[in-house]
Design a protein around this ligand. Sequence first.
Ligand SMILES: *Cc1c(COP(=O)(O)O)cnc(C)c1O
Length: 350
Amino acid sequence: MISFYPGPSKLEENIAEYFKEAADSGLLAANHRSEVFMDFITYTKVAIRQKLNVPEDYEIAFVSSATECWEIIAQSFVKNGSLHLYNGAFGEKWHAYASKIKNTQHEYFNIEEPIPLEKITGKQDVVCITQNETSNATEIHPDLIRKLYSKMGDNQILAIDATSSLGGRNLPIAHGDIWFASVQKCLGLPPGLALLICSPKAVAKAEKLGENKHYNSFKNILKNLRQNQTHNTPNIGGIYMLKRVLEERPPIEEIDEKLNERMNDLLSFFEFSRKVKYLVKSQELKSKTLLALSSDPITVGIIKRQALLVNIILGNGYGIWKTQSFRIANFPAHNNNDFRKLKDFMGAHI
Ligand SMILES: *Cc1c(COP(=O)(O)O)cnc(C)c1O
């Protein structure tokens, strides 16, 4: 089976081997306050900084999911309110969770239009965006993020959900304050782990707010982090596999270029299809790590079922696009052979 589902998705090739290494190393049963564990966390952070271009002065925390990050941000970083700009289901969910915890404002924008920068005023503490909207396969281009970041006020921070792009796209980490992603998408790992990456500005803001009512209050996370420990007993197996996957991967610039080429190839493949269309037309808004194709619900159903017969799992549509679209992940764990098989199949069905 080849899974093109956007998450959980195809696992990195040597995952089983890495997990065995973890078990054999004794780390899985190590105390999370022990020397050996602290060294392990230190080296994992080195791999993350090197392979994901995370600046030296950014903090890296290990949490359980992107959903948890939504909660941590609302609890520990928002004082007056957060502003949510979104065009799809994940951005919308983030806003819905945050609004149960703090004041929020939101702005929904059309999938064929770029993110409305003019909606950002100095009023909200935290501006929340989804770099790669997994539900409709749009992205906010890294150049636009740089522009957006330059609009942040002194007391304002930019929080970015990069769940389906971190590890695939060369993201401008220094031009954002909080970046987070769970690992079961672009990082090719089993679920149950997420990275929360924070700029000095974000850390200072959380420290000033001093919120410490929850086990996952950022203040508590930070206190442990600074000793290369974690606030709870973490998913050590997941962290170990993340470290090994990153160590073995080429630099992110190289991965970004490869995925970009493969996406362009895929786009030209589908360009003249009679049966399916791109869900999003605008070239610059299309995701590089995910393609969404639309058709009528009957055709979508047939293509998905036929694909299963030849051991190809396509991603269902999501949210309001559920029945009229399907999604194809273009993640680093996929190889060119997977895409050859996909195109062989699609050639006969579109
Ligand atoms: C998958 C996804 C999430 C949720 O991830 P969990 O690990 O299930 O919390 C959040 N945001 C985006 C953009 C996603 O693609």
